[in-house]
Ligand binder design. Structure first.
Ligand code: PHE
Length: 342
């Protein structure tokens, strides 16, 4: 029996040495010290021994049990420490590892330009009006005095909404003139930035989607000199205090008289360079005195009231100001491009 006990001790030693988890150790404890364990069954059978043998074997058995208990306790502590160490290792935060960079966006040059234009006009007392990009033929053409045969009404020039010949993507921000005249009380002094659409094939200077800023003033006694003075003040703020304006006669259905407005080249000051293509002047907008037919749509007394309006291409201004040579760059959302306008 003593040999059996020694064998049990040896086996337990070996098993415990191999144990690597709490579960392993618990299994070993049950195997040797549990109710049906190896050591327990030996102790149970001690009754068969003689009176002399019993204390001797009992002493050895107790020693073996204490030994195994001690080994199990030690192994338990070791395994616990090891598990703790592994957990700590897994949870360690290495503050020297470079972080994941989050790229910050930048304001788009079109937005930068619209914001700048808006700021200048707001400082002159204009407020900002808004209008829908999906418009009706009435607001985009009819109410703006466009003749029935005006070429811009053509299917090849304007995006009409399929099956709804009366609905289109606005070709200009001018419909906001009519919407404002019909909605607001006089006097009116608004600008309206927004998207416009025309059936153009994209190239360096054309895009089927682009932006305009519309301007409209209606009050008593408004004349061409108010228009010229307002635009003069505006371009000096936008392009620099040396900038001059020049009105060239033009035609728009909704203004009379109409003009195209040129500014002296902000790059060369008017001497002629690559930006102004040698002419010293750059065209930036269309304008004029609001046609009485347009005012009449809003029931305005044209004997008493008059107004001026203008429409400016935002892309054109942005491209001139930042010397961008291809309009398509504005719509590619390439961060290397957009980041330059931060
Ligand atoms: N809507 C005109 C265009 O798109 C510009 C304009 C606006 C002209 C207001 C005169 C007055 O070309």
């Amino acid at each position: 029996m003593q040999n059996q006990l020694k064998e049990i001790l040896e086996n337990a030693k070996k098993n415990i040495a191999e144990a690597s988890s709490k579960e392993d150790i618990e299994k070993i404890r049950v195997e040797y010290l549990g109710k049906k364990g190896q050591l327990t069954s030996i102790l149970k059978s001690m009754g068969k021994l003689s009176k002399e043998e019993r204390p001797v074997v009992g002493k050895v058995a107790n020693e073996v049990r204490e030994n195994i208990e001690e080994m199990i306790a030690k192994a338990g502590t070791a395994v616990k420490a090891k598990e703790q160490e592994m957990r700590t290792k897994a949870e360690t935060l290495d503050v020297t590892v470079p972080g994941t960079e989050r790229k910050l966006g930048a304001k788009h040059p079109i937005s930068v330009t619209i914001d700048e234009i808006t700021k200048i006009f707001m400082s002159m007392g204009f407020s900002v009006a808004d209008g829908p990009e999906v418009e009706t033929v009435f607001y985009n053409f009819d109410a703006l005095n466009a003749p029935q045969n005006h070429p811009s009404r053509d299917l090849t020039d304007t995006f009409y909404i399929e099956d709804q010949e009366d609905v289109l993507l606005r070709t200009q921000t001018s419909p906001v003139q009519i919407r404002t005249i019909l909605k607001e009380d006089l006097p009116i002094k608004i600008i309206s930035p927004g998207r416009c659409f025309r059936c153009d094939t994209p190239d360096a200077t054309h895009s089927p989607m682009f932006h305009q800023v519309e301007g409209l003033v209606v009050d008593e006694g408004i004349t061409m000199s108010d228009l010229k003075g307002t635009l003069d003040a505006f371009v000096k703020r936008l392009f620099g205090p040396e900038t001059r304006t020049k009105l060239r006669p033009h035609h728009f259905p909704f203004t009379e008289p109409s003009a195209e407005v040129d500014v002296s080249c902000f790059k060369c000051g008017g001497k002629g360079c690559s930006v102004c293509k040698g002419s010293g002047w750059i065209e930036i907008l269309g304008a004029g005195l609001v046609h009485p037919n347009v005012l009449k749509v809003g029931g305005i007394d044209t004997e008493k009231y008059s107004g001026f309006a203008f429409g400016m291409g935002v892309e054109r201004v942005a491209m001139l100001k930042y010397e961008i040579d291809d309009i398509r760059l504005l719509y590619e959302n390439d961060m290397r491009f957009i980041e330059q306008f931060k």
